[in-house]
Design a protein around this ligand. Structure first.
Ligand code: KG4
Ligand code: ZN
Length: 339
């Protein structure tokens, strides 16, 4: 039988993403980002994001259909991020998806943003082994999730109790005056720095701490204090060493806890997704430590790790393939949708 042809819409944050997949095959991944409009505020401004989604929605859908070379009438379903995310931003995508699906006479599938960050790996490495352990790290979330069934059963094992990993990258970059978003810049500087130059704290790694929860706010503060002390002493801040040492602290904790979760749960596959999965040190460290632990690592290419529409289409296609029930036409946008 033919694999389902699905269009997916993602508008949970600042990227208007429209992707088209056929089963596990990526056909189009159109994206319009409002990141430049947020840069001067040092973070995503919800109202600005909503308006940008509204302007970009229809052109991005049209571009995706053109890129994929398919007619809208050939689609088997329309999938959309129903949550979690920014309420107003989600609403734009959900409304557009309803309108398209209804007008085309196709079923609508509301999907969870976190689950689709995991499912996107099918477009890179084929069918996701189940159960899979997933480490999702972005500007909005840092979670360990166990996925026995990506379409129906994704269990949160732990998450950050304060800042998300990407948020920590962004805040440290801000203190270093490196601009927004900070992750890619710190990644670049860190390559020329010494990761052992400064011993920054590893949050929540004590024997009595929650094994799968994360905390990056103490680390961020420690880095800011260290920089301030240097500046007060009239010394130059070694941006490369600070970047490398900070990045080492984050990636050390992330990989340690993810591998521990795999061992505790007897899971042999780890996927890493979300914007921070683009980090080169995280990738290298995870590769090394997973190899040592006998765990198979799956990390999609960076473009599929950051928010995009293809991941929504991938999960939608999986739901169609597994004959899951479609959503009702009154599908709500739920900013705090649980997995
Ligand atoms: O998944 P994403 O595009 O959007 C959210 O859902 O947040 O992730 C964006 C986050 C930002 O905080 C950004 O600084 C971080 O991912 N990021 C990185 C890298 N590339 C993006 N963090 C570390 N290293 C990178 N190479
Ligand atoms: Zn995301």
């Amino acid at each position: 039988a033919d694999e389902p042809l699905v269009l997916g819409i993602e508008t949970s944050c600042d990227e208007t993403g429209v992707g088209i997949v056929r089963g596990h095959t990526l056909l189009a991944d159109a994206i319009a980002s409002s990141v430049d409009e947020h840069a001067r505020f040092g973070g995503v401004v919800p109202e600005v994001a909503s308006r940008a989604h509204l302007e970009a929605m229809v052109p991005t859908i049209e571009r995706a259909l053109r890129d994929a070379g398919v007619a809208a009438s050939d689609l088997d379903a329309v999938a959309v991020t129903a949550g979690p995310g920014l309420a107003g931003a989600l609403l734009v995508g959900v409304s557009a998806a309803k309108a398209y699906a209804y007008a085309l006479g196709k079923p609508l599938y509301g999907v969870n943003h976190l689950a689709s960050h995991i499912c996107v790996d099918q477009l890179e490495h084929g069918a996701l082994p189940e159960p899979t352990m997933a480490l999702l790290v972005s500007g909005g979330h840092s979670s360990l999730l166990l996925a026995p069934d990506i379409t129906a059963d994704v269990r949160p094992l732990g998450s950050t109790i304060d800042d998300a990993a990407g948020e920590a990258f962004d805040k440290v970059a801000r203190v270093l005056n490196l601009g927004f978003p900070g992750g890619p810049v710190i990644d670049r500087y860190a390559r020329e720095g010494n990761p052992e130059a400064i011993a920054f704290p590893r949050g929540l790694t004590g024997p009595r701490d929650a094994p799968y929860d994360f905390s990056f706010s103490g680390l961020k503060t420690a880095v800011a204090r260290w920089i301030e002390a240097k500046r007060n002493a009239g010394e130059e801040v070694p941006v490369r060493d600070v970047s490398a040492s900070f990045q080492e602290a984050v990636t050390d904790v992330l990989t340690r806890k993810a591998i521990r979760a795999c061992k505790d749960e007897g899971v042999s596959h780890l996927m890493i997704g979300g914007g921070v999965a683009a980090n080169s040190r995280l990738r290298a460290m995870a590769e090394e430590r997973c190899a040592d632990a006998g765990i198979e690592l799956r990390v999609p290419r960076p473009k599929l790790c950051t928010d995009n529409g293809a991941m929504v289409a991938a999960l939608g296609a999986e739901m169609v393939a597994r004959r899951r029930a479609a959503s009702d036409w009154d599908l709500p946008a739920d900013s705090s949708l649980p997995v």
